[in-house]
Design a protein around this ligand. Structure first.
Ligand SMILES: [Zn+2]
Length: 237
């Protein structure tokens, strides 16, 4: 099964062949629908076939590396049929912009503030992150967002690369959180997202091609959840 979202983040429409159907769950021979993960929500969209169109309400990972496209009603599809697939692009593109914005902030948190982003949640219209930074308060969090804007305005190219584990282990800070470090031990290759000249991280999600596509970050919320966890929310204008 070809995962188009692993090699091209900008495919919105594609043709595919149905390989299996179980009730509302449809499997395809290739897909650009992101199944969710790493804080980024799954894609939704439509499948068109034989003059009909059905909605895909959710995409999720099944067992054994399968990807399940969950329709809103019984599709009547069967294996071997051709379908034309479209992703809800405004939702996906919003998540790409917010995802790359979080990587810029993560890079600043690590390089300039000696801290960590311990968790994140990405939505089409906003993103939130949990930060563990010594003496972080609201003023400092706003300063971090301003620093991120400076980096975004430098128009850095963003590229996805697949590294061998030998190459990946030579790069400091590729995985920053404990789950990421544990994951690195099990992988046979490392998919990384590089903000050229600024940051490189282990990542499975989808991103914009240049930081200029992020636009302006607005600081949208701050909440203290303990000495090691401050939750910050951003929104893109
Ligand atoms: Zn990420």
């Amino acid at each position: 099964m070809e995962r188009i979202y692993n090699t091209d983040f900008y495919v919105k429409d594609f043709d595919a062949i149905v390989t299996a159907v179980d009730g509302k769950e449809i499997e395809l021979d290739r897909t650009a629908f992101y199944p969710g993960g790493g804080g980024q929500q799954c894609d939704v969209g439509t499948l068109a076939f034989g003059g009909r169109q059905i909605s895909i309400m959710e995409t999720r990972k099944g067992d054994c590396g399968r990807i399940l496209h969950v329709s809103d009603s019984d599709s009547g599809l069967s294996a071997g049929e051709k379908v034309h697939c479209s992703i809800d692009w405004s939702r996906r593109y919003g998540m790409m912009r917010h995802h790359t914005a979080l990587h810029v902030i993560d890079g600043i948190v690590e390089k300039s503030y000696g801290g960590l982003m311990t968790g994140s949640q990405i939505y089409p219209d906003r993103a939130r992150m949990d930060l563990d930074i010594p003496n972080l308060d609201r003023t400092k969090a706003e300063e971090i967002v301003r620093e991120a804007q400076k980096v975004i305005d430098q128009d850095h190219k963003v590229v996805m690369k697949v590294l061998t584990m030998e190459e990946a282990r030579k790069i400091d800070g590729l995985a920053r959180t404990r789950p990421g470090i544990e994951l690195m031990k099990k992988l046979t290759e490392a998919r990384v997202v590089e903000i050229e000249g600024f940051d490189m991280q282990l990542d499975g999600g989808t991103h914009v091609a240049n930081t200029s596509e992020i636009g302006r970050i607005e600081f949208a919320g701050y909440e203290s959840r303990g000495s090691h966890n401050k939750r910050v929310e951003i929104r893109l204008a």
